[in-house]
Design a protein. Structure first.
Length: 273
């Protein structure tokens, strides 16, 4: 049974393909969320977070299931890059925003979990993990080795998701007790992560020949040749990924400015009767 998307080598014909592993993973994530949320039924803020989490789960589903899943695994490097963006850049902030603080605190009730969370919440750890995963999963040897098997393709997708969660934890800082960075630190962290993705993006964009055997030898799905598809992948990683980071940094800047303005504004005195 084909339970996860992987490179199959056959011609692409747009016929729908079932991937039960994707459905099971999505259902498990959503089910675990609602199981944990049942204890927060009296928390009025819990429901406010739910749409974000469900939207994040939907993004994961779209990224992993047909047609993006098989297209990215075995046919188009450009779709593979779109998957990376969805798994690493779009779904993680939605999932983290969708977790009520009370739920996160319940997960960290045990000391070993709290110590682990304090370690992974360090910006340097997140920076290293995110960029190592990014570069490693875009090396030709890794891509050609992993995407041809269901287990390898699944491992790559989950590595993207895990690294993305670490990355966006630094940006969102959902728990004050874990000493999140102030807004200036978050902005610097975001901008520091603009440069390393330029390396694989540059290789994809400016290489004179296809660097991934699996996409070079795959039957063509569109009019794009393998090298043009690879160039589109590099431009997508650089431009779309960069705009996403710069856009998020801009939002954080205006939030910082608003908080600073609120802190400096004098509190009006009550009129004396």
């Amino acid at each position: 049974m084909t339970w996860w998307c992987s490179a199959r080598g056959g011609p692409w014909d747009w016929s729908w393909q079932a991937y039960p592993g994707v459905w099971l993973l999505v259902a498990a994530i959503a089910g675990a969320y609602f199981w944990q949320r049942r204890g927060l039924a009296m928390d009025p803020g819990a429901r406010r977070h739910t749409p974000y989490f469900l939207f994040g789960v939907l993004v994961l589903w779209l990224a992993a299931d047909w047609p993006l899943g098989p297209l990215g695994a075995g046919y188009l490097a450009s779709v593979h890059t779109v998957q990376w963006l969805l798994f690493s850049m779009v779904a993680p902030p939605l999932l983290l925003t969708g977790l009520p603080p009370a739920m996160l605190r319940s997960w960290l009730a045990r000391p070993w979990r709290r110590h682990l969370a304090r370690f992974v919440a360090r910006p340097l750890v997140a920076f290293v993990v995110f960029n190592v995963v990014l570069v490693a999963t875009h090396l030709p040897a890794a891509v050609d080795l992993l995407v041809v098997s269901q287990l390898g393709s699944f491992a790559m997708d989950m590595a993207w998701l895990g690294a993305g969660l670490l990355f966006w934890w630094q940006v969102l800082g959902p728990l004050p007790e874990l000493n999140p960075m102030p807004y200036p630190g978050r902005i610097v962290f975001l901008l520091a992560n603009v440069f390393i993705p330029t390396v694989p993006a540059a290789f994809l964009t400016f290489a004179d020949y296809p660097i991934y055997g699996v996409y070079e030898l795959a039957p063509r799905v569109t009019a794009l040749s393998a090298i043009h598809d690879q160039q589109l992948a590099g431009l997508t990683m650089k431009i779309v990924g960069g705009l996403w980071i710069f856009g998020t940094a801009s939002v954080l800047f205006f939030r910082w400015y608003r908080d600073e303005e609120g802190a400096e504004s004098p509190v009006p005195r009550r009129a004396r009767g």
